[in-house]
Design a protein. Structure first.
Length: 68
């Protein structure tokens, strides 16, 4: 997925409360940063249910569309 620079992405995840939080058992984990080479990242969306994981993914996609 297209992404801003990694440090900017982390700020976006923090600002939108999307980072994975162990105590919640849900959130986004960035698994690979390719922003320097291809302008993309790979990630996994984790939720307590499939719907919750899908909601995290939709929110991430929404903020990335605006920020790239």
């Amino acid at each position: 997925m297209r992404s801003p620079e990694f440090h900017r992405l982390l700020l976006l995840l923090d600002g939108e409360a999307l980072h994975f939080r162990r105590e919640q058992g849900a959130g986004i984990i960035i698994t690979q940063d390719n922003t320097t080479e291809t302008g993309t990242v790979e990630y996994i969306a984790i939720g307590r249910t499939r719907d919750e994981a899908a909601a995290y993914e939709r929110r991430l996609e929404d903020i990335l569309q605006i920020s790239v």
